[in-house]
Write a protein of this length. Sequence first.
Length: 256
Amino acid sequence: MIDIHTHLLYGLDDGAETLDETLAMLRLASNSSTKELIFTPHIAEEFKFPIDLAVEKFKEVKEASAKAKIDIKLHLGFEVRLDKEIFAKHEFDFERLTINKEEKYILVEFPFLDIPPYYKEIIKYITTSDITPIIVHPLRNSRIIQNLSIIKELCSLGCLMQFNADDTRDPRSSGILLRLLKQNLVHFIASDAHSIDMRPPILSNAYRFIEKRAGKKYAEGLFIENPRKVLEGDIIDDWGLQNGGFFDRIKDIFNR
Ligand SMILES: [Fe+2]
């Protein structure tokens, strides 16, 4: 599996604090069948680190992980808060915030309590640069939870949706997730790992949940194939269509 959203790069945000913690989390991810992982430190008002420092730490961790013989391939991206000041600040080095600096995909986080009134302008700003915004954990935003049609609207504006492995755990969010998956509005599931204990970098339980409730093809799409396209800069435009009919066999689960 490929984990596209993690806070394992130490000493930058509210994720791992030391190199040892980073390595312990990488070992845990690798032992849980994650083959590749993207470090995505927060770019937000409350975390002030230069991008150069993240690049430096990324190199250091890659070397340390290879030396420790941890079998996992590492990539660098960022999780950017949807905030006009943040976007204005990075107007001229925006490509550095995209995954692997490839200018194809970027992780975007809404504030938890609200949706800024200018959100469409920022999404347009990203998509007109031919970059696809991946909206992270939409179910953690209270306005989206109250009005799930916003997810459909965001997808129609060119966004893709990443849900957290956590969302498969409680009955309410997992029910919503399955309903959205049926409408092809779920594109990735990632750990959003912050520490060994709180939200660990483990995808295997969530994978099994999707495999059991929606089938192997969806599980492979969410955890392997779509993330692979992100890493390779390929387009994800026909997601779900090729799986047509899959849900028909299990349609009754949505009424449970
Ligand atoms: Fe995150």
